[in-house]
Design a protein around this ligand. Sequence first.
Ligand code: 523
Length: 136
Amino acid sequence: MTDARLVVAGAVVDPATRRLLLAQRRYPPEVAGLWELPGGKVEAGESPEAALRRELREELDVEVRVGSALAERVALRDDLTLIALRAQIVAGTPRPADHEALRWVDTVGLGEFARDGLLVPADAVWVPELLTELGG
Ligand code: 523
């Protein structure tokens, strides 16, 4: 059996405002309109860190410095595993190339998105860890 492919998402936090970047998906229909940590599939031969830098450059037009992984990983399907890496923007202002909209949220905002069921289901696993991180 081959290893599951990775999907890497960015927990992009602005240290100055202690806010997390959420991005609203346009597709597929099951999750269109819901909010996620932006990212995408790791390509063959690519590291998760490089994949996240590439995805956020393509999707948001920003350069990021990638840090450590959040604790949870999520099996999306048998062949696809979702991870999240911490990231900070080092150049650019995020603009949504693929997403419907972007939003910076603090602990209150993130709690509201989660409570109202507005997050992509897989990403909800990271809410407790992110609330601690943004609040702590
Ligand atoms: N997720 C997910 N959460 C999350 C991301 C970035 C992705 O649950 N934060 C899921 C959604 C899809 C799969 O991971 O089932 C691939 O994500 P996608 O579509 O953002 O990755 P792409 O853009 O690399 O893949 P293509 O749509 O194939 O281009």
